[in-house]
Design a protein around this ligand. Structure first.
Ligand SMILES: [Fe+2]
Length: 248
């Protein structure tokens, strides 16, 4: 008896007498033997072994939709490490914002009165806070939970006996921007480690370029303040900042 069987299906689908035991198959007499073939009407499985079953795939995803109200519905391919590092970065941005806010308050004092520096640090503080908020929105977008942590108390005095207040504060700002850059790169590293392409792209497109720009700009301010020394030169630098008005 000639038995022709479609590949990928075993002979168990037919009895020894050629009876069809599988509803997906049809059998028909073909001369001296039987030919078993996949029925056009009922079987959609390709014989290549490559199977795409959208509704089977969907069943798995349906099981991933949580029913408890405490769980995020949108969370998908977002690991705990990525969630934690975003919360850490929110805290970094808030801390930097707080230090810049303290610098604004210092330079805005009546007996310091460097209004350009006050304006620069006020805008910088607002910008860092916006960064924190951007990360908060992103955390929610991915189905994570924002957990705010403590912010450290910043300095309130920025005068330095050799450097003076303007240079000292600007050097401090430069070190803070470099630290922020390092932390952003760490967020990117965690995203890459977990193959979270979306998070890596978010950090790259929204933060890394801007951070490099900020480091360059503050570096130039430090260089200029080192040239002008203290006193009159700082007043001119401050006037320039007042006209420029660009935050870090
Ligand atoms: Fe920032």
């Amino acid at each position: 008896m000639l038995l022709k069987v479609a590949p990928a299906f075993s002979l168990l689908n037919t009895s020894t007498h050629g009876e069809n035991l599988n509803p997906l198959f049809s059998s028909a007499k073909n001369g001296n033997g039987f030919m078993v073939y996949a029925s056009k009407a009922t079987n959609h499985k390709p014989l290549t072994g490559v199977v795409f079953e959208p509704f089977e795939e969907l069943k798995k995803d349906l099981m991933l939709v949580p029913t408890v109200p405490q769980a995020s519905l949108c969370r998908h391919k977002y690991c705990d490490d990525c969630e934690a590092v975003i919360n850490e970065q929110i805290n970094v941005e808030y801390n930097v914002s707080y230090v810049y806010h303290a610098m604004f308050a210092y330079f805005d004092r009546d007996n310091v009165a460097l209004k350009g520096l006050a304006k620069f640090f006020k805008e910088s503080s607002q910008e860092e806070r916006e960064h924190a908020e951007k990360f908060m929105e992103y955390q929610n977008k991915r189905g994570g939970k924002v957990k705010l942590q403590s912010i450290c108390m910043p300095l309130s005095e920025f005068d330095h006996c050799e450097k003076g207040d303007a240079l000292y504060a600007m050097e401090l700002a430069l070190s803070l921007e470099k630290l922020t850059n390092e932390k952003l790169l760490n967020v990117h590293a965690v995203a890459s480690k977990h193959n979270d392409v979306q998070l890596a792209d978010f950090v790259e497109s929204e933060f890394l370029g801007e951070q490099v720009e900020a480091i360059k700009k503050i570096s130039e301010y430090v260089a200029q303040l080192r040239r002008v020394g203290q006193g009159h030169g700082v007043w001119h630098f401050d006037q320039m900042l007042l006209e420029e008005g660009a935050a870090a």
